[in-house]
Ligand binder design. Structure first.
Ligand code: NAD
Ligand code: MG
Length: 379
């Protein structure tokens, strides 16, 4: 039986992680969340009885403390509390916080020598070199939760001597695949929040619609697997059944297929190398019938090439692209900018940035702040 600390427990991945934990009988040492959905957090705390619950928002933490006063659960508030949850005594930390807010907790878990099941891709996009170097130094394992990276990880099992391979990173294409820039001019947040295959948090759903998500995933793959960006091919696969693949030197392509259900990658990250029955449905290839593969449209969806250029430049460029995107998505969801402006802003802010190759954690946060301010200046 494993003990897990779940960061971002009230989100899409967090809830599905607790479904897996319930099914496998895992213990929960700590829960952490932002504080917007307190009723759910209270319910989770009552069901899983963690030692502590960390709430990023101090006011929300006070309210939860009152709500859980009849239990032995310790409720703590603030950024430091979330970090303490990442360091708590457990077998593995599952980080499903959204955005760069997940970076400091990931670093804290590594420094406390906790293995990590990583859903928070922004951790690797913004601080990739520092995170991988620290994990290496501390002997911490990072298991991918992102479905594509889990598929790559699964495809690499049993090929211990092969370090020369190409990654085929699949993308659903999102709700606007095939549309022209003209057709995208009037897209509203409600349109963009409808994803054809996956039910996810708001930010990643918008990232999927702009293809920023695939750009972030290219950067994530570079760090996780130590491959160069040139060795990653993004392929649009509308059905989201082949979750990604690797092509070995001899031409053999090995991939992982399954229903589009995050329970599979979440559970594998927690139970690796073992497999058990999961909450996910089983795949029927004859029901699916056809799998299609196409090239992405990098003219219309600028975020993807911008991210690829950013990781080729390296240094703080990916952190800047990510920061610009986080701010732009926030403004789009508030109705302050148009859908197309997201890609335009990410491109402009990233291209204008004077890069710094060697960086510290503080530099990453400064680059993020810079990118957000640039977005506000440009609109
Ligand atoms: P979400 O918005 O549904 O949930 C985010 C969670 O993070 C919530 O519990 C929220 O309370 C918490 N949170 C936000 N700010 C916080 C802070 N400062 N401190 C502590 N907790 C905080 O997001 P999601 O869709 O579950 O995605 C989470 C991460 O997983 C993202 O990085 C996303 O890219 C990645 N991911 C998600 C999916 C998916 O299917 N949803 C798939 C692959 C990868
Ligand atoms: Mg993914």
């Amino acid at each position: 039986m494993k003990t897990i600390s779940v960061l971002g427990s009230t989100g899409s991945i967090g809830v599905q992680t607790l479904d897996v934990a319930r099914k496998q009988g895992f213990k929960i040492s700590a829960l952490a969340a932002g504080g917007r959905n307190l009723k759910l957090l209270e319910k989770q705390a009552r069901e899983f009885s963690p030692k502590t619950v960390a709430v990023f928002d101090d006011e929300a933490a006070k309210n939860l403390k009152i709500a859980l006063a009849d239990t032995n659960i310790k409720v703590v508030g603030g950024k430091e509390a979330v970090i303490a949850a990442a360091e708590s005594n457990c077998d593995i930390v599952l980080n499903a916080i959204v955005g760069i807010a997940g970076l400091a907790p990931t670093m804290a878990a590594i420094n406390a020598k906790r293995d990590i099941a990583l859903a928070n891709k922004e951790t690797l996009v913004t601080g990739g070199h520092l995170v991988m170097a620290a994990a290496n130094e501390k002997g911490v394992k990072i298991f991918p939760v992102d479905s594509e990276h889990s598929a790559i990880f699964q495809s690499l099992q049993g090929n211990p001597n092969s370090n020369k391979y190409k990654i085929i990173l699949t993308a659903s294409g999102g709700p606007f695949f095939g549309k022209t820039r003209n057709e995208l001019e009037k897209i509203t947040p409600a349109d963009a929040l409808k994803h054809p295959n996956w039910d996810m948090g708001q930010k990643i759903t918008i990232d999927s619609a702009t293809l920023m998500n695939k750009g972030l995933e290219v950067i994530e793959a570079v760090h996780l697997f130590g491959v160069s960006p040139e060795k990653i091919e993004v392929v649009v696969h509308r059905q989201s059944i082949l979750h990604s693949a690797v092509e070995f030197e001899d031409g053999a392509v090995v991939g992982q297929l399954g229903t589009p259900d995050m329970a599979i990658p979440i559970q594998y990250a927690l139970t690796y190398p073992n497999r058990y029955d999961s909450p996910a449905g089983k795949l029927s290839l004859t029901d699916i019938g056809t799998l299609t593969f196409e090239k992405p449209d990098t003219q219309t969806f600028k975020c993807l090439p911008t991210c690829i250029n950013a990781i080729k430049k390296g240094g703080l460029c990916p952190a800047v692209a990510n920061g610009a995107n986080e701010k732009a998505v926030e403004l789009f969801l508030k109705g302050k900018i148009s859908f197309l402006q997201i890609g335009d802003l990410v491109e402009e802010v990233t291209n204008n940035f004077k890069n710094l190759e060697n960086y510290s954690l503080e530099d990453v946060f400064s680059a993020d702040k810079y990118a957000r301010e640039e977005v506000l200046r440009l609109i």
